[in-house]
Design a protein around this ligand. Sequence first.
Ligand SMILES: Cc1cc2nc3c(=O)[nH]c(=O)nc-3n(C[C@H](O)[C@H](O)[C@H](O)COP(=O)(O)OP(=O)(O)OC[C@H]3O[C@@H](n4cnc5c(N)ncnc54)[C@H](O)[C@@H]3O)c2cc1C
Length: 351
Amino acid sequence: MAELLRDHTTLRLGGPAGRFVEAHSEEELIAAVRAADESAEPLLVLSGGSNLVVADAGFPGTVVKVATTGIESDVEPGQGASCSGATVTVAAGEDWEAFVARAVASEWAGIEALSGIPGAVGSTPIQNVGAYGQEVSETIARVRVWDRVLKGVRTFTASECVFGYRTSRFKADPQRHVVLDVTFQLPCGTLGAPVKYAELARTLGVELGGRAPIAEVRDAVLRLRRGKGMVLDPADHDTWSAGSFFTNPILSNAVAAAALPDDAPRYPAGDGLLKTSAAWLIEHAGFSKGFGAELTGGRATLSTKHTLALTNRGAASATDLLTLARAVRAGVIERFGIELHHEPVLVGHTL
Ligand SMILES: Cc1cc2nc3c(=O)[nH]c(=O)nc-3n(C[C@H](O)[C@H](O)[C@H](O)COP(=O)(O)OP(=O)(O)OC[C@H]3O[C@@H](n4cnc5c(N)ncnc54)[C@H](O)[C@@H]3O)c2cc1C
């Protein structure tokens, strides 16, 4: 029987895979990708399925699930704060949250604010995952990939990965690279980097820019995330999502001046640009938490804890979810003239 992709995505959406292969070693992963490419079959690389919205019709080609394992570091466990920095290479299929827990326990700093993000390590460079003032690109030293065009293994240093806000060269050129492993350079020690996110600083009881022990940062982030339904919990439909559905819009100062009300959040985003909050725009366009009852029969709604997460209440189809996404996007355009862009990867449909 065909493998259903809804069993492999956190939204629990997606029809059957044409073929489904689980790759447990790097050799198996490369062989599966090569076989699909040589037979000119469409290929979907799937890891944790936490950033995917797969169509109800499924995926007609080969789905390769990355299930590779292995973590190598150049410091001994327990060496902790005495090392000058840990270089850690992690296989793409390793679970990200388990790796963060291990890093914090090993006194490796730099990724503690990324606690609770679902998915695999190999997916983190794809959209340069970020949360609570940290981005994974700050600690990535290099990314080893299988290049489907050159048909060989390549290594990109961090600067060659072209990381940006929720993007990278891998996201920009999605059919080309399969991440094999990621090497992190993590400062050793128990104290985290300066806290850059106001809500996290408040929770930790430090000033913005102050520092706190990494174990406390991790606990605080997990607590904050749970309150927003942003830590996976099979019993909680608010977490049957792909995380934030829309990215925070980056606007020129001129566009922002014309479109944004005075009380809308504004964060500096480089030369003549600012970032505003997609959640704020959605709420102020009239969509409150839990919105969607009439639109989709309640099958797909905004999370009851966070307006930025679109959720499956148990019986949603991908069509329901996209109906909701389109309504929210249209409402924000109508109210503010700002177009929201989706963050998850859509497979087999468009928004
Ligand atoms: C509750 C929840 C909270 C979230 N919170 C955050 C957050 O705070 N910050 C954030 O940035 N994201 C967040 N996300 C989104 C998501 O967890 C991340 O983007 C994560 O890195 C996706 O990993 P994955 O293994 O599940 O990738 P998948 O969903 O399996 O794949 C995502 C994309 O990456 C590609 N891909 C996967 N593995 C590989 C590989 N080895 N090589 C090449 N391409 C690959 C896939 O083809 C697909 O295009 C959240 C999601 C959920 C459900």
